[in-house]
Design a protein around this ligand. Structure first.
Ligand SMILES: Cc1cc2nc3c(=O)[nH]c(=O)nc-3n(C[C@H](O)[C@H](O)[C@H](O)COP(=O)(O)OP(=O)(O)OC[C@H]3O[C@@H](n4cnc5c(N)ncnc54)[C@H](O)[C@@H]3O)c2cc1C
Length: 389
């Protein structure tokens, strides 16, 4: 039988991906001095989404709330050295632009997004088919009819950002614990504790804690269900391939490659000397599908040597494709942040900041998180969004 421990905390965060770590960071940034415990079962981060992310940072969404949150994230990443600089060195954000390519399937959706974004003060450009070769530096196949180009958006090296965030959390005295959380304890409609197996000690622990945040990605619904909270969040799989890039062999005149989101949900980005390519998984012969995308990438597709391929999950809120963030109605003191689709890295700073503001009961919350509240599930108050990737 496992030995048992009882501990206490002021705030316990379940899940140490980019969202959970951002909540911890912003609690401290807003001056919280209480005891914060971050419980994560795998500090190699092989299972969660974060370390597999392609790092595309975009402000182009269909709903104003997601645009606002993405703008906040963009500001944080653009000035990342203010948050995550060590000895003058910070993980870079590369503002190479973000290009959502259109064919017959998503053309009208991207056009609608384009006109909405302009009314909200963002100025993405609609690039017609004839102008794409100039933007990209090569000819694309006939099926593409153009694209929505968002200058100033770009690419983040997510593994480096996530690792730097942990270094900062250590300085800020956030306690990180390798623990597999399996029970959320609610009594009389109130959170009273969280139970877990301490993976290294092979012991059980119960934290007495008045406030907890479930930020466990695709595993969040399982944890909140035990507290009576149903989350319509599903786990989806993507494949990620990495190809070595011989930069010397690329034409010197080639413009910087924007982050690419293709109409079939495929994503392409450059990270250092690697070309990353991600496709929705589940189709037959995934590798062939990935190679077919590679061949569409002009000079980038020639001679790319496969370095690695892996499979990764992400969590999708299947009702409206927007994350579920806020207090759980049936368990006072319990908060949730899940259902981030393929945009959780971009939204994480706003979600971290916004949740920290609310957990600390700041009088005037600055970000419109209330639209994403879990109560909208029973009220069917959906936020209109599109799952493009
Ligand atoms: C291939 C791919 C490409 C993507 N590309 C982009 C992109 O370009 N831009 C973008 O913004 N987003 C992208 N995303 C999405 C993004 O990665 C996620 O939205 C984001 O990482 C979610 O962070 P999270 O912290 O909510 O979840 P996760 O990173 O999944 O973290 C959850 C953590 O909880 C832990 N956990 C789970 N259950 C328990 C438990 N019971 N006890 C303790 N710990 C537990 C897990 O181990 C995990 O580390 C991509 C995702 C994938 C898979």
């Amino acid at each position: 039988m496992l030995s048992r421990h009882t501990r206490s905390a002021d705030v316990l965060i379940v899940g140490g991906g980019i969202v959970g770590a951002s909540v911890a960071y912003f609690l401290r940034a807003l001056g919280f001095t209480g005891r914060i415990v971050l419980a994560e079962r795998d500090f190699a981060f092989l299972w969660g989404s974060t370390r597999h992310s392609m790092g595309g940072i975009r402000r182009c969404f269909l709903s104003q709330v997601n645009v606002r949150l993405a703008q906040f994230g963009h500001e944080v990443y653009r000035e990342i050295e203010r948050h995550l600089s060590f000895d003058g060195d910070a993980p870079p954000f590369r503002p190479v632009g973000y290009l959502l390519l259109a064919d017959g399937r998503n053309w009208s959706l991207l056009h609608a997004m384009h006109s909405r974004l302009r009314t909200w003060g963002l100025m993405p450009e609609w690039v017609g088919r004839e102008a794409l070769p100039q933007l990209l530096g090569w000819e694309l196949e006939d099926s593409l009819v153009g694209g929505l180009y968002c200058p100033g958006d770009g690419v983040l090296d997510v593994p480096r950002v996530h690792a730097a965030l942990y270094r900062r959390l250590e300085e800020l005295e956030v306690e990180t614990v390798r623990a597999d959380v399996d029970r959320i304890l609610v009594e009389g409609g109130r959170l009273v504790g969280v139970e877990a197996v301490l993976v290294e000690e092979r012991a059980r622990v119960r934290w007495k804690v008045p406030r907890a945040v479930v930020a466990a990605g695709a595993w969040s619904p399982k944890l909140t269900a035990a507290a009576g909270e149903y989350l319509p969040v599903e786990s989806r799989r993507r494949a990620v391939y990495s190809f070595a890039l011989e930069k010397r062999e690329l034409p010197e005149s080639l413009p910087p490659l924007p982050f690419l989101l293709l109409p079939g949900g495929e994503m392409v980005a450059l990270r250092g000397e690697e070309l990353l390519l991600s496709i929705p998984a589940g189709q037959a012969h995934e590798e062939d599908a990935a190679l077919a995308v590679l061949r569409r990438l002009g000079p980038y597709g020639r001679g790319g040597r496969l370095l690695s391929g892996r499979s990764a999950v992400h969590d999708v809120h299947v009702r409206d494709y927007s994350p579920i963030v806020g207090p759980c109605p049936r368990a006072e003191g319990l908060w949730v942040a899940a259902g981030f689709g393929t945009y959780g890295v971009g939204l994480a700073p706003a979600v971290g900041f916004g949740l920290a503001e609310r957990i600390l009961r700041r009088r005037r919350a600055t970000l419109p998180l209330d639209f994403l509240t879990p109560s909208r599930i029973t009220q069917a108050a959906w936020v209109e969004e599109a799952l493009l990737g």
